[in-house]
Design a protein around this ligand. Structure first.
Ligand SMILES: [Zn+2]
Ligand SMILES: [Zn+2]
Length: 464
């Protein structure tokens, strides 16, 4: 147990100042506008923070975060109106949560000794102003603490991937159908069926990007019920779980990115992040940590509740029946051709395009806004994902409805939302200020895309 070292967050500035190994983190920790991933990254290289005290990091050592937490115990609140500073704070809150989880994950696996600080055991240890450690609520050598850690460790190492063979067979069949659909498209189907399948697939994609993702998951804009109903129908075309479940997984992904609690953790490999995560049982941390994710705002929306209740019939109708029958009714296409091309091939293709956001956009591309996270700017994924490939930006500014600073470049979803705003269906569109983007680039970017190309068309964080 002597391998586990603890630092007291509330005095981290003093500690870091006194620690020759981490001279720069001291400044980051104490600067109000600093962002967590920088010190987190450096800290995790050599030491651990007390998991139980993670909140203290926010409440004591991080001034704006503290203000934010005091005002908003639960996030994101539907009643909470974002304003300029809170946009930053919301991001910092998300970062700090991820930071805490990273620490929690690492504190049971890191075993190498630390240099430059006193050796400590157990949780709840505090450091005084001189950088010396005193026991806090729990004694450093407490057996309970050791058992807790050992229990955690065993749970961590015990986890083994359990394959869900039913899902494996389902995806094998779906991809085989995709190949057969391509064969039919090239040999016997009408070109009109192929064009229809492509357009219909894009509608489904927009249901996910503009609806499940930017509207419901991130609340990056608001929409009147006709638009929400339309997006709900579009999301049924895509059939990627009901809106509630999709948003839950996605919020967990953002909150615990690149940890064991991330449903499609890129650290487990490209294939796992792409589709492997749907073929095996979830890591226990996904469910455990996922319970803390706020979802009440979703449940408050009757359209989300409706979609969850009638998900199966809606998918059967919008994802399979309608795309099969429209070419039959309109172009005299055979049901067989239509089912495989506009039904299964279109469905399989759109699934893979969405999955690319979780895999390719977390592995290949630049990191202009935060080089300490795996999310990347990927133009190919942006093209096929209607703008979702600008993923480094999205993870840094998840509340921005356009998910990029590049305007309409490879961003069909932004075009749709802007059009809907034009006809009064979408409102309160939130977007990041160029200064904020620039500062972030200077602070944590990898040096690419240093020139912004467009100014936002909307006021920063419009209040309703
Ligand atoms: Zn992501
Ligand atoms: Zn997102």
């Amino acid at each position: 147990m002597s391998d586990y070292r603890l630092l007291a967050p509330e005095t981290c500035k003093k500690l870091f100042d006194s620690d020759s190994l981490l001279p720069t983190t001291a400044k980051n920790c104490s600067t109000p506008d600093s962002l967590f991933p920088i010190p987190a990254k450096k800290l995790l290289d050599s030491r651990l923070l007390v998991p139980d005290s993670c909140k203290k990091i926010c409440s004591t050592s991080h001034t704006p975060c503290s203000r934010f937490l005091q005002k908003n115990a639960r996030l994101p609140s539907p009643r909470f109106r974002l304003h300029t500073s809170c946009c930053v704070l919301q991001q910092e809150y998300a970062n700090s949560n991820r930071f805490c989880h990273l620490i929690e994950s690492r504190d049971v696996t890191l075993k190498r000794p630390m240099r430059g600080v006193a050796r400590l055991r157990g949780f709840g240890v505090k450091a005084n102003k001189d950088g010396n450690f005193n026991s806090g609520k729990m004694a450093p050598d407490s057996k309970v603490n050791e058992e807790t850690v050992e229990h955690k460790e065993s749970k961590e190492t015990e986890y083994k991937t359990k394959i869900v063979w039913f899902n494996v067979l389902l995806f094998v069949y779906l991809h085989a159908s995709f190949c057969y659909g391509i064969y039919l498209a090239l040999t016997s189907a009408s070109w009109k069926t192929c064009v229809f399948a492509y357009i219909y697939g894009n509608l489904g994609g927009l249901g996910i990007t503009a609806g499940s993702h930017r509207l419901w998951s991130h609340r990056s804009y608001k929409a009147k019920w006709p638009m929400r109903a339309l997006l709900c129908a579009f999301a049924s075309i895509a059939a990627q779980n009901d809106i509630y479940e999709w948003c839950r997984d996605h919020r967990v992904h953002h909150k615990f990115t690149e940890t064991s609690a991330d449903p499609h953790n890129i650290k487990r490999g490209f294939f796992f992040a792409h589709m492997g995560w749907l073929m095996c049982k979830k890591h226990p941390d996904v469910s455990k940590k996922g319970k803390n994710v706020y979802l009440e705002d979703l449940w408050a929306d009757p359209i989300v509740r409706f979609h969850r209740r009638f998900y199966i019939p809606m998918v059967l109708f919008f994802c399979f029946y309608l795309p099969t029958m429209i070419p039959v009714w309109c172009f005299n296409e055979s049901v067989w051709n239509s089912f495989f091309i506009a039904g299964l091939t279109r469905y399989c293709f759109s699934l893979n395009m969405t999955w690319l956001v979780n895999s390719a956009a977390h592995k290949y591309g630049d990191q202009p806004y935060d080089k300490y996270i795996e999310a990347r700017e990927n133009a190919v994924v942006a093209f096929f994902g209607h703008g979702e490939g600008w993923h480094n930006y999205h993870h840094v500014f998840p509340w921005d409805y356009s998910t990029s600073e590049l305007g309409y470049t490879l961003n069909l979803t932004k075009i749709l939302i802007d059009f809907m705003a034009l006809i009064g269906q979408a409102y309160d569109l939130k977007t990041a200020h160029p200064e904020m983007i620039k500062n972030r680039k200077l602070k944590t970017g990898d040096g690419t895309r240093m020139k912004s190309v467009e100014h936002p068309e909307h006021e920063l964080c419009i209040q309703s």
